[in-house]
Design a protein around this ligand. Structure first.
Ligand SMILES: NC(=O)c1ccc[n+]([C@@H]2O[C@H](COP(=O)([O-])OP(=O)(O)OC[C@H]3O[C@@H](n4cnc5c(N)ncnc54)[C@H](OP(=O)(O)O)[C@@H]3O)[C@@H](O)[C@H]2O)c1
Length: 327
């Protein structure tokens, strides 16, 4: 059976090029389930794979797409019969296993979640890995810290994780502040009901002081580097920072003072290798008490032909919000 896929290849001179190719399902890896993908979403990690980042994808040609929503076409699993509506996010999908930017994927049953009827494939992909990660960050902050009544601050506010984290925190009744690197996005982020939005350049601390006035009860950080370094100095006593990304830098230079003088917790968040049961529980929450009105209407729906330019812009920090790929 033939299908179309967005394929990234490495040229002999070490450049990475992409094209939409005709493929055969027999080329897909072994796995319990063959899934016809209706929708995927574009995440920063897909853009890294597209750019030839070997920390994400070791060998090319490769089809990225770490998220997929679709229907089971062939199955050797009793749990997921033919016709079952499913979601796959994370594990190795789109990294070194052909991903959701192809019209078919074949994966182990241990990566798959049944999609509930009240969560359409488009809405599931509007959340996608970015939304799942935002939900995990919020969940960790709520369950593992002792938050004061100061606001919670979210970095990368116009991006996938950041924008969904703001909306979710607002829904849960928190006062939320945003940080953005784009002046053009300040008003858009306020529309998410963030009560204050800082421009990144003004937010960053270059004083070299070990601690600053505590302004926030907690933070969700997608940036790392000097952004996370600044957050650590500005979080209140017994606050916490959920750390999930590295768009600014994977490096962190800090001191022990926020930890030993303010009792702050730095909470790591990973949505990729998360045990399936916990993923399922979080998706149930997303479809129920944490559902977000209008999330889908704010997403951009794109075709395979637009993937290359969207991911190029994403790597340059020029995108905002969520992009859903409709096959
Ligand atoms: N741990 C996990 O399981 C997990 C899961 C998903 C994503 N992530 C990571 O989380 C991060 C965000 O992912 P995403 O899908 O939200 O990406 P995204 O949609 O591209 O959003 C990232 C946002 O970060 C901001 N930004 C870009 N460059 C920046 C810089 N140099 N310094 C500070 N801010 C910058 C931009 O927002 P503004 O324009 O508002 O500044 C951008 O929109 C990535 O590092 C991704 O790999 C981790």
């Amino acid at each position: 059976m033939n299908y179309q896929a967005f394929v990234v290849s490495e040229t002999p001179s070490g450049e990475f090029i992409s094209e939409i190719k005709q493929k055969d399902v027999n080329e897909l890896p072994q796995g319990d389930l063959l899934i016809k993908v209706s929708h995927s979403s574009v995440n920063f990690k897909d853009a890294l794979s597209f750019s030839g980042n070997k920390g994400v994808t070791q060998s090319y040609p490769h089809t990225p797409g770490i998220d997929a929503a679709g229907e089971v076409i062939e199955s050797s699993s009793k749990e997921f019969p033919v016709g079952c509506k499913v979601l796959v996010t994370g594990y190795d999908l789109g990294m070194n296993t052909s991903g959701g930017f192809g019209e078919y994927i074949r994966v182990p049953a241990s990566w798959v979640i049944k999609r509930r009827d009240d969560l359409s494939p488009e809405l599931a992909m509007a959340w996608g890995t970015a939304g799942l990660t935002a939900a995990l960050c919020v969940d960790k902050l709520i369950s593992q810290s002792n938050l004061s009544d100061k606001p919670i601050v979210v970095t990368g506010s116009s991006g996938g994780v950041g924008s969904i984290a703001i909306r979710l925190l607002v829904k849960l009744g928190f006062d939320v502040h945003g940080v953005t690197s784009k002046s053009s996005q300040v008003e858009e982020i306020k529309k998410l009901d963030a009560s204050k939005v800082y421009l990144l350049d003004e937010f960053l601390d270059d004083s070299k002081r070990p601690m600053l006035k505590p302004e926030f009860s907690a933070a969700i950080d997608v940036a790392g580097g000097n952004v996370l370094e600044t957050l650590l100095k500005k979080v209140d006593y017994q606050g916490a920072i959920a750390c999930c990304g590295l768009v600014a830098s994977p490096k962190l230079v800090t001191s022990v003072f926020p930890f030993i003088l303010r009792d702050i917790s730095l909470l790591g968040v990973d949505s990729v290798e998360l045990p399936l049961q916990r993923k399922q529980a979080m998706w149930d929450k997303i479809a129920n008490e944490w559902s977000l009105d209008n999330l889908l209407t704010e997403c951009k729906i794109i075709r395979k032909e637009e993937l290359s330019s969207v991911m190029t812009d994403m790597l340059a920090g020029k995108t905002s919000g969520r992009y859903i790929l409709a096959h």
